[in-house]
Design a protein around this ligand. Structure first.
Ligand code: MN
Length: 370
């Protein structure tokens, strides 16, 4: 078997067609199959597998790939982001001419999530064997069984198929920011590039660990910043719910944060220029964007675990995303913490509209510097 075919086969083992990463037995199964049929253009439910397989084969010819991680095991006590990937794909289908359906974009599907597991380092040998048997039919398989490590491997394989592909990871809770950024970082280092990290969030996510857990929604940015050597290439915008001051984070970890005192007052073009200059001073030549929907004001993003007032307006997020990507080519992005079940249905609709706008921006950003 050629390398490429072996990679396709592994991807088809650890992933499922979009929407299928959530394990369903009966309830919700028909709806999911309908979504998959529409996404992959299958004439019938029986044809989904073949059409998905064709999409996997198209990855090396595509410049942008979507990957869903329907897991919220890494979140706080409010869950619901596991339904983000399916919710966002459904909302995208309601916009037939959306850029997400363009010829240069392929949907690789979802990581096959076991909703009780988070990262490989938390799993016992016995659990590893029994979950490998359940997921892959082989207790002796060497494939990962937890969403964070499956996401990591899937992204590594996607980049092997095409080193300059731009993955857009759809979460899930923000713990997926760790594998998504770590693989992008490794890939830029291998290509001699220096990546800047633009992070939209109400929270800093800068804890070294939380309740003894190394990788979760509250810690991923700390570890990302360690990869960057705390050299000021992490810029956080939308921060307004933190136990510590901006000064504390900036002086201890070398990050730059924009709180409401700045982004609700200063023209957004000033902030774009300031971040641009900051990146240039540090030799940055490409960009990764991690977008936690709670960085956006709750008026536009209520269906999330921890919505907050005084957030960014969607047009500010768009301008930062698009303008910075014109200067620094996008190498990867994630959109996380969209939780359709939270709030009233109208909340979910508004939040999904905001999410669709952000996916469109990421796709446009990925194409703009090519
Ligand atoms: Mn976050």
């Amino acid at each position: 078997m050629s390398d490429k075919r072996a990679i396709h086969k592994t991807l088809e083992t650890i992933l499922a067609p979009a929407g299928g990463g959530v394990h369903l037995v009966s309830t919700g199964l028909e709806e999911t199959q309908e979504l998959q049929r529409a996404i992959y253009g299958a004439a019938s439910v029986q044809g989904i597998g073949t059409c998905w397989h064709r999409s996997i084969e198209k990855i090396s010819e595509s410049s942008i790939v979507l990957l869903g991680v329907p897991s919220d095991t890494g979140a706080g006590f409010v869950r619901g982001a596991s339904q983000g990937p399916a919710g966002i794909r459904r909302a995208l289908l309601d916009i037939p001419e959306h850029v997400a359906h363009g010829a240069n974009v392929v949907d690789a599907g979802d990581v096959r999530v076991v909703p009780h597991l988070l990262s490989e380092e938390m799993v016992s040998e016995a659990q590893l064997r029994s979950t490998r048997a359940a997921l892959y039919g082989d207790a002796a398989s060497d494939l990962p069984v937890t969403p964070l490590d499956q996401c990591y491997l899937a992204l590594e394989l996607l980049r092997k198929l095409r080193p300059d592909i731009v993955p857009i990871v759809i979460g899930g809770d923000h713990s997926v920011g760790w594998p998504a950024f770590a693989v992008a970082h490794a890939s830029t280092v291998a290509r001699g590039l220096k990546v800047g990290l633009l992070h939209f969030d109400a929270h800093t996510d800068l804890l070294a660990e939380r309740l003894g857990v190394r990788y979760c929604f509250a810690t991923w940015a700390y570890h990302a910043n360690e990869l960057l050597g705390r050299d000021g290439r992490l810029v956080q915008v939308g921060i307004r719910a933190s136990g510590k001051s901006r000064g504390h984070w900036e002086s201890t970890l070398g990050v730059r944060q924009y709180w409401p005192e700045e982004y609700l007052v200063r023209p957004i073009t000033d902030i774009v220029n300031e971040i641009s200059e900051r990146f240039e001073e540090r030799g940055v030549d490409c960009l990764y964007i991690s977008n936690d929907i709670d960085g956006t004001d709750r008026e536009f993003a209520t269906a999330t675990g921890t919505p907050e007032d005084r957030g960014l307006r969607p047009e500010q997020v768009s301008e930062l995303t698009l303008r910075l990507a014109e200067r620094f080519p996008l190498v990867g992005a994630d959109l996380v913490e969209v939780a359709p079940p939270l709030g009233i249905p109208e909340d979910a609709k508004t939040t999904l509209e905001t999410a669709c706008l952000y996916v469109a921006d990421m796709i446009t950003a990925a194409g703009s510097a090519r």
